[in-house]
Ligand binder design. Structure first.
Ligand SMILES: Cc1cc2nc3c(=O)[nH]c(=O)nc-3n(C[C@H](O)[C@H](O)[C@H](O)COP(=O)(O)OP(=O)(O)OC[C@H]3O[C@@H](n4cnc5c(N)ncnc54)[C@H](O)[C@@H]3O)c2cc1C
Length: 500
């Protein structure tokens, strides 16, 4: 099954050389074997050229928010992929960079024996730049595949300022994409008679990670040296198998209560899929397909709603419609924003003009409390609910969504300037959150400062027209006693470098 043309871009004009040995899939974002457009495309090329497939998945550690937490989660995923590719008789080359710059030259060396290469598109962090830079250095044709969401990123014609306007665009334009899901199990439709071989020189210079050589519960022996942050691994496991298991549990046990339970931090009312989605261990197509088929939904069930309203779009229960709105509208709104604004989506200056203006008018308002990054990082503020959220972030790599909004808003209130606040939220979110460094990170962070929102009255000190949230109101609304009891007193044991 061919992948949709809107998802494919050729990144260089290197030749396709049929004398070479294999098709190379450089797996950077969609780190999974199912529901993966890029893998599907690579397998199609294998069939076309009658060549075997080599899958190359690497772990780099020289990026700004590299940590043992992130590395361990990625290694979980590599283990899962290694098992699945082995079952399918596909050659898989997992590489963990042991020291800085050790990986230099590896991709180009693998590309030298490739007929054609395929890689993933990801519109944030360093990945897009890394892929673009590699395109001119490799000797094989490089195809970029966008498997990020239901709406291909190039199809959205512009940036949307609100979820409402994006939802309306989706309601009017999305029906063709509901027929264009990736093959759920592309490896099942492939029979390889021979395996791709990696040359002895490459294996000696850049040895593949020996994923089966250490205990599956502990990735320490595989960890690269010199990671920027040692912040502690979390109990939550990454990888395709963990993702599918977690998702099935949510689908069976909690998806029908999502609308009523999602805002209660002590209940496990949300799916906790965000980190697994971020590392590509599962695809959003999979989530949407399962939800729609669990409700026996067919395209004829789509209502004719196309005015941007959330309720009634799918003609399904409020719980399922609520989840679809998060995983499609809210998630893809941020992906489109990053894709369309690649040079500034992460900057304070990319906030809407009205938001910057009102924050600037109130920048010198007196603050009752001001905290620096270190105090925030240590969860040492006067506010026990905020401290509990910060401790959940540092210990579990996660904060419940509603509290995450409050967490961000309070940092605005307690920082010396809105620009400081922005830098602190970015640093803490992306350093500790497993799902950090994602387009959704920038949606959530920037939403706190007014992106995808509207001006609110009455105008308040510090916030101006930016939406305000108070801990006292949140505590009343959410019944947070159990939450504070759970996260209020956790000990910290990590090393904490300061803000750059
Ligand atoms: C200050 C702040 C920072 C945030 N940082 C991140 C981040 O680093 N990474 C991240 O993935 N999300 C971030 N969010 C958005 C949201 O909090 C998380 O996506 C959500 O809490 C993840 O938990 P879940 O998987 O249980 O969500 P569920 O409620 O089960 O939702 C399912 C999926 O829908 C998507 N989704 C849900 N809510 C949102 C939202 N508000 N915006 C965009 N997509 C959404 C996510 O992919 C999520 O996994 C942030 C929000 C705020 C206010």
């Amino acid at each position: 099954m061919l992948i949709p043309a809107t998802r494919l871009k050729i990144l260089n004009d290197a030749p396709v050389n049929l004398e070479k040995d294999y098709v190379l899939y450089w797996m950077t974002t969609a780190r999974r074997t199912r529901d993966n457009f890029a893998l599907q495309h690579a397998l199609n090329l294998c069939r076309e050229y009658n060549k075997p497939l080599l899958v190359f998945e690497a772990l780099r550690f020289d990026h700004r928010w590299a940590s043992d937490r992130v590395a361990s989660y990625i290694i979980d995923g590599m283990r899962s992929n290694s098992v699945n590719f082995e079952k399918a008789h596909v050659a898989y080359y997992p590489y963990i960079e042991p020291i800085k710059d050790a990986a230099k030259g590896l991709l180009a060396a693998l590309a030298d024996s490739a007929v054609h290469m395929v890689t993933d598109h990801f519109p944030s962090y360093f990945l897009s730049r890394m892929v673009q830079a590699s395109a001119s250095k490799v000797s094989a044709r490089l195809d970029l595949v966008d498997g990020n969401g239901l709406c291909p990123l190039d199809y959205a014609p512009r940036t949307f300022q609100t979820a409402y306007s994006f939802r309306r665009f989706l309601q009017q334009n999305m029906s063709p994409f509901l027929d264009e899901f990736p093959d759920p199990q592309p490896l099942q439709h492939t029979r390889f008679t021979n395996r791709a071989q990696v040359s002895a020189r490459i294996q000696e210079t850049w040895p593949a990670a020996r994923l089966s050589s250490v205990d599956t519960r502990c990735n320490d022996a595989l960890m690269p040296n010199g990671l920027r942050y040692q912040i502690g691994r979390v109990d939550e496991r990454g990888g395709e198998k963990a993702a599918l298991d977690r998702w099935q549990r949510f689908l069976k046990e909690r998806s029908d209560k999502y609308d009523t339970d999602r805002n209660h931090p002590s209940k496990t009312g949300t799916s906790r899929m965000s980190a697994l989605l971020h590392f590509g261990h599962i695809s959003s197509h999979r989530l949407v397909r399962d939800l729609l088929s669990s409700a026996n939904w067919t395209i004829d069930d789509a209502s004719r709603i196309n005015k941007g309203s959330r309720a009634g779009w799918w003609n399904l229960s409020p719980a399922i419609e609520g989840y679809l709105d998060q995983i499609i509208t809210w998630r893809e709104l941020g992906y489109v924003f990053c894709h369309r604004n690649p040079t500034d989506y992460f900057k304070y200056e990319s906030l809407p003009p009205w938001a910057r203006e009102t924050l600037s008018v109130h920048a010198s308002d007196p603050r009752e409390f001001t905290y620096d990054l270190d105090t925030l990082d240590k969860a040492a503020t006067h506010d026990e609910l905020w401290n509990a959220a910060q401790r959940q972030l540092t210990s579990e790599g996660y904060i419940h969504n509603y509290l995450r909004m409050l967490w961000g808003k309070k940092i605005i209130e307690w920082s010396a300037s809105p620009q400081d606040a922005f830098a602190y939220v970015v640093e803490l979110n992306n350093r500790y959150a497993l799902d950090g460094r994602n387009p959704n990170s920038w949606s959530g962070i920037c939403w706190t400062f007014g992106r995808f929102d509207r001006p609110w009255g009455p105008e308040r000190p510090i916030f101006g027209k930016i939406r305000f949230m108070s801990s006292a109101n949140t505590a009343r609304k959410l019944k947070v006693k159990d939450y504070i009891a759970q996260y209020g007193q956790l000990e910290r044991q990590d090393r904490l470098p300061g803000l750059e």
